[in-house]
Design a protein around this ligand. Sequence first.
Ligand SMILES: [Fe+2]
Ligand SMILES: [Fe+2]
Length: 196
Amino acid sequence: MRIDTENININQFTNKLFNWMKGQGKTKYDESVTQLEHSIQTAMLAKKFNAKSSLIVASLLHDIGHLILNENESKIDFLNYDLNHEMVGAKWLEKKFPKSVTEPIKLHVPAKRYLCTIKKNYYEKLSFSSKKSFNLQGGIMNAEEKNEFINNKYYKDALKLRTWDEKAKRKNMILTPINDFKKDILRVIKKESIND
Ligand SMILES: [Fe+2]
Ligand SMILES: [Fe+2]
């Protein structure tokens, strides 16, 4: 994704980001909702559970890596490989957003692996694509991986994000306009990252 941030303010940057998400996000990743719907539904759940702005923004942008990588169902074999969308998304966002946004994004895949490891039946409740990607993403965690996960300062936020992520696949849901999340972005974005 190219968003030229030269000579634009935070407001303009957010508009560009949202417009790009609206266009790219029309594609489907999962069986039931578009990528934009999935992002908004995840952020709506974060808001419903009174999450702080950084976690609302992380929820809204957690799968931006799929959009950057152009991973969607128009590619027949898109579920047969793992391009680490969580890392790609977090890496792109880190210039503009603090760790409280990028770490839960980075950890939302390990969080699935962790929950499948410690909770019986968690795997069974996953969606088709989430099950399909599970083994490619590393499958069940060993003790060392579990330790590494829970030693990350943001692991609890990642677990919350993951549970919302799992639920944010409802068909025909009335969605909050994406612009409603602009104030959360404005609250957390690194002011120095953009010419204002
Ligand atoms: Fe994801
Ligand atoms: Fe997701």
